[in-house]
Design a protein around this ligand. Sequence first.
Ligand code: NAD
Length: 335
Amino acid sequence: MSAKPTVAVFDTKPYDREYLTKSPGSEAIEWLFLEVRLDARTARAAENALAVCIFVNDDCQRDTLQQLARAGVKHVALRCAGFNNVDLKAARELGITVSRVPSYSPHAVAEHTIALILALNRKIHRAFNRVRELNFSLSGLVGFDMHGKTVGVVGTGKIGRIAAEILHGFGMKVLAYDVYPDPAWAAARCVEYVDLETLFRESDIVSLHTPLTKETEHLIRAETLALMKPGVVIVNVSRGGLIDTAALIESLKTGHVSGVALDVYEEEEGVFFEDLSGTLLQDDVLARLLTFPNVLITAHQAFLTEEALGEISRVTIENLRRISVQEAFLEGTQV
Ligand code: NAD
């Protein structure tokens, strides 16, 4: 048996392996990289591991945790911020420590928001495909100047603020709404806090940056879409559940919404992050969304920068080193 503690990494993608193995302190760990996602059936793959390292779509409910405890696992290290996929109560009862990476790079997510807005508005996704086919026609590729337009930023936390500041740099008027507004920040950055209805009524672009909670679920739905300007553009890099997708599709069909950029989708689990190119798409709602030329979708990749992956790996290893309960675990290593 190896002298180093083993950490079983579930749902491993090539970039996880690359960044985890090159982060400081990595050499003190025996990594067991597994492509399979964690659930009650696959938990036994962690046999003799001291810890498991998991991501957003791994299932860590009670039955999985029981299997992990039986396998000798003492620590679940999430390499993401959200922890809705872990039964914390069960983990506590079973003596399993849970850790996560609460913040890695808000710049990564804010910058992806801007990338989506620019690509959607200037129809870069369509132009790219056309030019590759030697179609150099510009018909149907007319965009609009961002300068002078109004953007409504819903949620001015770490990510929303950075997005608002960048968009202000384009010469846009920035409206914002947050349940906990920060008037000093807004005054310094020429951002105007308004109520949600005003934001919806006056914005040319609405960008969502709140967490998914009971209050924010289906924030964008038929009745809020009806408040918005004809031709509004909607951007969501936060959580799919913020938008009622069926209502969004109806507004796209009438042309009331002129463009949609999404990095998240209500039913993304089991679809996003996977290569399904050889299969038949079973989600009819997603299939319909994909038919619109004015809908641009990325598969939850806003976090995917070198800096964010480096920080996720650094903090995950730090968490493994600090929190693990076994005395020998990484003791004496310099992280
Ligand atoms: P944050 O906690 O710093 O900011 C969230 C803001 O939303 C806070 O200011 C909070 O007051 C506000 N808020 C909460 N409830 C609200 C409500 N009902 N109405 C209006 N505002 C409300 O979070 P963050 O780091 O800026 O991240 C925002 C969201 O981005 C996360 O919750 C997550 O869902 C999403 N995210 C997506 C990716 C990705 O790769 N696509 C990566 C990281 C985060």
